[in-house]
Ligand binder design. Structure first.
Ligand code: 4AD
Ligand code: MG
Length: 430
């Protein structure tokens, strides 16, 4: 293959090139065919003029249908009016396959039809834009941690115990023993932090959550840093710098995609640290002042989060949640033992929680009491308790939900478009 990729055609202006791709759409005007050819890196208008090509090529132009696979040959010409700024003056068109009638046409389709055809829907411009922003979020996150000497620690998917409570575990048979799909790599990341000081994971997480909302997936991806000797404030500083770095990278490197998505970028440009830190007490008061029926001790539901996010024009933290509603591993506030040293980051514009984090309980006896209070099987956590037996130190970390951040950055109405093949309550296919 000696073809040229469409995103590089500007380097070949005036020359003859060969492009491998698919026909995105086609229009016809007398002796002219305009084929939009896509190759995954971009799209180029390819003009077939009867007077310039042999008979076979003109017939092929007539034959090709939407999504037919082709090889086009021709000269690259600058053309300001063409999408992408260049045009291919076709000299030859070879067909690899004439595609059958393509189910996704430019007309409007319902969500469920599109989701059933997700394997084909991925070829559309909007899905390209979203998934390229997703790639950038992961790339920039890894660059952020790599630049700070964090070590990537890969954590297991099969686990013997729960990290985030037992209600949302997926159980599976592990050669006659029970195993669970991981809800979070955190406990293993903590072991990593005691070994390497600063670590992060990037892994799928699985939760059997029977929530059918615009922000819940059954399988989603977490980026989880964990740092030895960090307290809650250090953790929040890391989180806000991380998010600001990712948002800035998307603004710089995925400008085109944000334009395709018609994203107003003002709020993204405004997302520079510091982010406000709101104590849970204060958040409760804010909700009550807004006239919402919310009592201290409850967890925020989607409407509560939405109401809070409308008060801010950048991401913000809510801290010191009631310990009762949070996971067993969170350290308590020594002056307010009913509160956990937790920090959730919420995205503005109604998006809500994108990060959950905390300072961890580093005292062996406290942790043993928490495990008992949460009715968790101590045997399964013996290895984790070893981290408190052998050189325990204060430490903190958080988990960023990639799909939640992506949904906000692109201002998507639903997380269904944030993964190539999302797994949701009622969707296991394609
Ligand atoms: O707040 P969560 O449950 O925190 C943890 O799992 C910690 N162990 C992380 C840590 O401290 N290392 O989940 C973290 C993030 C949430 O803020 C949210 O962005 C995302 O994971 N998340 C989901 N995203 C999509 N669908 C779901 N069902 C999600 N559940 C959590
Ligand atoms: Mg959470």
């Amino acid at each position: 293959m000696d073809g040229v990729y469409i995103n590089k055609v500007s380097e070949h202006e005036g020359s003859e090139v060969k492009i491998y791709g698919w026909v995105y759409n086609k229009t016809h005007k007398g002796k002219l065919y305009f084929l939009m050819v896509r190759d995954g890196t971009g799209m180029i208008q390819s003009v077939v003029f009867k007077g310039d090509v042999d008979e076979e090529t003109f017939e092929n132009a007539e034959k090709v249908t939407q999504e037919s696979s082709v090889i086009v040959y021709g000269k690259i010409k600058e053309e300001k009016r063409a999408p992408g700024g260049y045009e291919l003056q076709v000299t030859k068109l070879d067909i690899i396959q004439v595609a059958e009638e393509y189910p996704i046409s430019p007309k409007e389709h319902g969500d469920s039809f599109l989701m059933d055809h997700r394997h084909l829907w991925l070829r559309s411009t909007r899905q390209h834009a979203i998934l390229r922003v997703r790639h950038e979020i992961i790339r920039a996150s890894r660059e952020f941690f790599d630049n700070r000497d964090f070590v990537l620690v890969d954590t297991p998917i099969f686990t013997p115990s729960a990290c985030e409570g037992t209600t949302t575990l997926f159980e599976t048979d592990y050669f006659g023993r029970k195993a669970y799909l991981t809800q979070s790599g955190q406990l293993y990341a903590e072991a990593g932090a005691m070994a390497f000081g600063k670590v992060y994971t990037c892994s799928p997480a699985f939760r059997a959550e029977k929530s059918k909302t615009r922000r819940h997936l059954i399988e989603f991806w977490l980026i989880e840093p964990e740092v030895a000797f960090y307290d809650l404030e250090d953790n929040m500083k890391l989180a806000e710098e991380h998010i600001a770095y990712v948002v800035q990278s998307v603004l710089e490197n995925r400008k085109n995609e944000l334009e395709i998505l018609e994203r107003d970028t003002k709020i993204l440009e405004n997302s520079t640290p510091p982010y406000p830190r709101i104590h849970y007490d204060e958040a409760v008061k804010m909700l009550q002042d807004m006239g919402m029926d919310f009592a201290w001790g409850s967890d925020f539901g989607a409407p509560d989060e939405t109401a809070l996010t409308e008060k801010y024009d950048k991401p913000f933290f809510i801290t010191h949640f009631p310990a009762e509603i949070k996971a067993f591993y969170m350290k308590r506030d020594k002056d307010r033992p009913e509160c956990a040293l937790a920090c959730d980051m919420l995205a503005p514009e109604g998006y809500g929680e994108i990060i959950g984090g905390s300072q961890r309980e580093d005292d062996l006896n406290e942790l043993l009491s928490r495990i008992a209070e949460h009715k968790l099987p101590q045997e399964a956590f013996e290895w984790f308790l070893d981290l408190r037996r052998y050189g325990t130190v204060p430490h903190s970390g958080y988990g960023l939900g990639i799909e939640r951040l992506l949904a906000w950055i692109c201002k998507l109405p639903h997380v269904r478009e944030t993964l190539p093949f999302p797994r949701m309550l009622h969707r296991l296919t394609p």
